[in-house]
Design a binder for this molecule. Sequence first.
Ligand code: SF4
Ligand code: SF4
Ligand code: FES
Length: 248
Amino acid sequence: MTGEQQGEFVDMNQAGRDAGLQGQPEPRMVTVSIMGKPASVPEDATIMRAIEHSGQQIIRGAGCREGFCGACGTIYRLPNDYRIHTGLACTTLVEDGMALAQIPSVPIEKAIYDLEELTPDVDTIKKIYPVTFRCVACGTCTKACPQGLQVMDYIQAAMRGDIAELMELSYDCVGCGLCALRCPAEIIQHKVAILGKRLYGRYLRKESEELDARLQQVKDGEYGGEYAELMSLGREALSERYYARDME
Ligand code: SF4
Ligand code: SF4
Ligand code: FES
């Protein structure tokens, strides 16, 4: 795993390994290599689940487990394939012969700035993340992105000072850091993306009457009852409500 939260595995005892699997039909198994050690894991397991099935406990580099938080960026190799593959460990399924390894940390320098003192243009990108201009347009970041984002294009937008395009193209970034890990110019793309989103939100976003009206409703306490009810729910009930929600 990579990004700011690195994956780290520790052995669990055997008794706990298959807890919860009793009484279930036997799944089809594939063999993966975890830190050089072969492990037989269910073929429909994600990388994260496979690591745990093999008796390891992931104590860092895991968060939401559903592809949203970006904590579990990881790399792997496949048989007869020279490429290094990247993915989110919580959503990437294992393949027979997959080789997984814990990787070293990737230090990321987060710039400190006051949004109120910035302008939404190229001068800000130059000032806050000058490293951006080292981009050689190799496209490696785009190939590495598990979200399928056009990472190189949003970095090019940042270099042009096109903050709206930077925001638009990086909108679905989960901050896994895999692009930064692979970038030969050592650019920290996801941090540039966050800066772009902040600049857009602060200076360029279009006014929305609907949003303003809704915010006023919140301020007036119209949702106070529902909010209090949610806060009183236990984890399971809250989870049920979350998954049953209306999604656009
Ligand atoms: S990997 Fe780095 S140098 Fe290559 S296109 Fe992406 S940002 Fe530019
Ligand atoms: S842009 Fe970079 S940090 Fe964001 S999801 Fe893609 S690889 Fe991860
Ligand atoms: S654990 Fe959150 S994206 Fe994988």
